[in-house]
Write a protein that binds this ligand. Structure first.
Ligand code: GLY
Length: 358
């Protein structure tokens, strides 16, 4: 299996390398200073894959949402000062999406902005978070409330690091994979359906091919709208419901991609019930795919799996809290067909009530 390279055609453009040896190509230019920000657990597991980074100044931090705090950001910025980095230097991040979010934000702020290179090590980070330049930390008021757009100069998605992902982490990544395939079009969705069994079994070729296909779809969307003024909002398919679920459950109780999976099921039924969706069989088809991948296709499923109440009233409060929604009425991305999203839609109150009560 070779390494695939996909270009994200932002200004400037950057490469995303994907495959089971992608990290072999990560040889940072040391002339202007380079430092490493890594998830401590992931560095223990996979640091050997990148001997070229072994002697760099290194800051190891715990992964997960705990990485995305003001205190960690300050620690990362202080580390860059101690490592004597300049605006011409590069910060390499090594870990899941939370490490990329923290490192990307740190790089965008340090001395008014230096380069960042991401080496994402989870499926969620490889197919979604590492591409597109979103950076963020969480504030007391909610997730991702402080952030920037700061495109990386390169991304290295080495699929060897996916081998040890806990089942829950893999499932989380697969939720974003289904979302991206739904935006990519009929061929992407059909190929994902064919490959679902191999993906679940962790087949290296299926993983590498899927990551490459999803990155290609996301790259196109991001290049068309790097700062999310319009078409990029399609990537929020399923996310208005997902954020409501995460909020209602209490952050951290439902993995993001699992909430996205349930949110996709809801968004598809909303698309059909509101008369937008051309193919009434699509929700059932996507539900079957989500189940095949071990993901919930809606709220009933999710409640049973996670042992959560997820009361409609709590979900409605979560919808009101969603930062991407309108203040008065939440907005949704729905589908007219596979590959044809419709942005900025509100839902009839009775339809919303029936969806939340399913
Ligand atoms: N994760 C959605 C985006 O990058 O826009």
């Amino acid at each position: 299996m070779t390494t695939t390279c996909i270009e994200v055609a932002t200004d400037p453009a950057y490469p995303v390398y994907i495959g089971p040896a992608a990290l072999d190509a990560l040889v940072p230019n040391r002339a202007q200073g380079v430092a490493l920000l890594a998830d401590e657990r992931v560095w223990d597991l996979y640091g050997d894959l990148v001997p070229t980074l072994a002697d760099l100044p290194r800051l190891l931090v715990p992964g997960g949402e705990g990485a995305k705090t003001i205190a960690r950001l300050e620690e990362a910025l202080d580390f860059c000062t101690q490592a004597d980095l300049s605006r011409a230097s590069t910060l390499v991040t090594f870990g899941g999406g939370t490490i990329g979010d923290l490192g990307g934000l740190c790089a965008s702020l340090f001395k008014r902005g230096m380069a960042v290179v991401h080496a994402p090590t989870t499926l969620l980070a490889q197919v979604d978070a590492s591409v597109g330049g979103k950076t963020a930390i969480n504030l007391r008021g909610g997730k991702n409330l402080a952030g920037t757009f700061h495109q990386p100069s390169a991304v290295y998605c080495d699929t060897r690091t996916l081998a040890s992902l806990p089942a829950e982490e893999s499932a989380s990544g697969l939720g974003e994979v289904v979302k991206t395939a739904l935006l990519g079009g009929e061929d992407s969705l059909a190929r994902l359906e064919e490959r679902a069994g191999d993906l679940l079994a962790g087949d290296p070729e299926a993983l590498a091919t899927t990551v490459a296909e999803m990155v290609a779809i996301k790259a196109q969307i991001v290049a068309s709208d790097p700062t999310e003024r319009g078409p990029r909002r399609a990537l929020n398919l399923g996310h208005t419901f997902a954020h409501a679920i995460e909020h209602a459950a209490g952050y951290g109780r439902v993995p993001h991609g699992v909430a996205v999976a349930a949110g996709l099921g809801l968004a598809l039924r909303a698309s059909r019930e509101s008369g937008l969706l051309g193919d009434p069989a699509l929700p059932g088809r996507v539900d079957a795919l989500l189940h095949l991948l071990g993901l919930p296709g809606g709220l009933r499923d999710l409640r049973e799996r996670q042992g959560l109440a997820l009361e409609p009233r709590a979900l409605r409060a979560g919808l009101a809290h969603d930062k991407k929604g309108a203040v008065a009425r939440p907005e949704f991305v729905l589908l007219r067909a596979v590959g044809e999203p419709q942005l900025g839609l509100t839902l009839d109150a009775a339809l919303l009530d029936s969806l939340l009560a399913e």
